[in-house]
Ligand binder design. Structure first.
Ligand SMILES: C[S@@+](CC[C@H](N)C(=O)[O-])C[C@H]1O[C@@H](n2cnc3c(N)ncnc32)[C@H](O)[C@@H]1O
Length: 195
């Protein structure tokens, strides 16, 4: 549980950033605690390093820590400078990059067990999503999972991109208690994909 003051503070800074860059911020308020819990379900101390893309004010980050992921095992990649600054001061042992997720391949990272993404895939061009998937699956261990939420009715990664990267997507949850309601997808390498 987080305090009302912290939630209010996160909500107001999210709204301010949304006014400045609506498409990039993609939501007027942070995700709910209920969605955050579904996003990190199955992850814990044994998940190994976890990369979070588009953490915003850190709702999923907080749940990852509650789930047992060590702060030092977290890499946070956030494009918004104010959000990145705030995350670095709140989670000093994590690695925070004020960078574009599509630059992931340039960061030197240990093989990760999971990528947790809050990125607005629906407002991104295919080429950008393609680059993000490429970097993410290079950073993931062979059995690693890419966890993505969407407000849409289907997987936010288009079929031709899933096919191109040899991936399969599975909807793991639907969360009504979020504004707007959201689905969580687990995306993994197809078992027959050649390495
Ligand atoms: C819908 S918000 C999600 C924030 C948070 N994960 C949550 O659920 O409350 C999208 C976040 O992705 C960030 N973002 C957008 N494009 C990005 C990119 N190319 N690379 C890294 N972060 C990006 C935005 O600044 C914002 O913090």
């Amino acid at each position: 549980m987080i305090t009302k003051t912290l939630r209010l503070n996160e909500t107001s800074s999210f709204l301010v950033e949304w006014i400045k860059a609506p498409l990039r911020t993609a939501s007027i308020i942070p995700s709910s605690e209920q969605l955050a819990k579904k996003m990190v379900k199955g992850l814990g101390a044994d998940s190994g390093p976890v990369i979070e893309l588009g953490p915003g004010t850190g709702v999923f980050t907080r749940e990852l820590l509650h789930a047992g992921v060590a702060e030092a095992d977290l890499t946070l990649v956030e494009l918004n400078r104010n959000f990145a600054y705030r995350l670095k001061s709140r989670y000093p042992q994590s690695r925070v990059f004020n960078a574009r997720a599509e630059q992931l391949h340039k960061l030197k990272l240990a093989p990760a067990g999971a990528v947790v993404s809050g990125l607005p895939f629906l407002s991104m061009r295919d080429q950008i999503v393609d680059e993000i998937l490429d970097g993410a699956f290079k950073a993931l261990k062979s059995d690693g999972v890419f966890i993505q939420f969407t407000y849409g009715h289907r997987c936010p990664v288009k079929s031709h991109l899933l096919q191109k990267h040899g991936l399969v997507a599975e909807r793991s949850s639907f969360v009504l208690n979020n504004f707007p309601p959201a689905s969580v997808y687990h995306i993994r390498r197809h078992h027959s994909y050649p390495f």
